[in-house]
Design a protein. Sequence first.
Length: 329
Amino acid sequence: MAERTMLAIRRDAYGEPETLRLDEVPVPQPKPGEVLVRVRASSVNRADIDYLTGTPLLTRMGTGMRSPRNQGLGLDVAGVVDAVGAGVTRWAPGDEVLGDLTLYGYGAFAEYACAPERTWVRKPATVSFEEAATLPQSAVLALQGLRGGQQIGPDSRVLVNGASGNVGPFVVQLAKAFGAEVTGVCSTSKVDFVQSLGADHVIDYSREDYRRGGPRYDWIVDVMGKGSMAAVRRALRPGGRYVMAGGSTGAIFAALTVGSALSLAGGRTVGLLLWWKPGNPADMERLAAMVEAGTLRPAIDRRYPLAEVPDALRYLADGKARGKLVITM
Ligand SMILES: NC(=O)c1ccc[n+]([C@@H]2O[C@H](COP(=O)([O-])OP(=O)(O)OC[C@H]3O[C@@H](n4cnc5c(N)ncnc54)[C@H](OP(=O)(O)O)[C@@H]3O)[C@@H](O)[C@H]2O)c1
């Protein structure tokens, strides 16, 4: 039988979006325990840019020091099971699923993706493939940044620094769903967008620094950490927690060192989101159920065909995206 082929985004070296090409390659064969999914939609994440460029250099410890270990790119998958390997019992061809390929070699920007059975969770029928494709990386990180919402309720004040990108809009909506009063921080041109997500207050970072005076917060999720840990600690109410999901290398180092030391003083906790579990099935199921119930509405800015993945990555890198960029097959 003739070997099946598919279109896939590929690269041989670290570099800019121009280094990507659309190749025709063999469709992967599911090995025992694996599931082959026909990708219907994917979405772009900040991590795709890190894996594309190999920066910061620390990233290469996971992706290959001199050149990328995997030619593929892309983490989020929503699609339909095409075939299953020996021993797979949970899935059958035709099942609609979503999953995160972070631990399984990337390659979501392709017509097919193959990963172990445990990667996948069921997509509710009423959730579109495009909506489902926004959830695996960004929404899971948002939910984990809020620690599942266990300590957040109607009396909580939550601030999201970086509320207008991939992760922030999910943090805003989830914190609202948990009952909190929510403040989003973003640039001037995206204030209306963050308001439209349901934020109670929006701070334009070009005019105001939330760390200097003003209200204090019970929980801060920061996707763009910069500057002083003492300053973010001052922005917390007693018992409050600051969680840095990402930021400059200096800020990450400060969160690990100064943040830990400040937290030892007690009262307020300042530090990195170290409990990230990419593609956690329980979290993906919970988020998909929230979309199904209408309590979470993925904010999709633009859609791109597979061949235009480089344009999507440039748009994100240029800081233009309001919410998610979806790749449709
Ligand atoms: N901890 C982990 O385990 C883990 C795992 C995966 C990813 N990550 C990290 O999580 C983060 C995810 O971010 P993302 O995908 O949401 O990024 P993104 O889509 O690029 O969004 C960046 C956000 O930061 C805002 N921003 C830019 N400059 C700012 C400033 N000076 N002050 C305040 N906000 C500013 C942007 O606002 P405007 O666009 O309005 O300027 C935007 O809302 C990344 O840092 C990634 O590395 C962490």
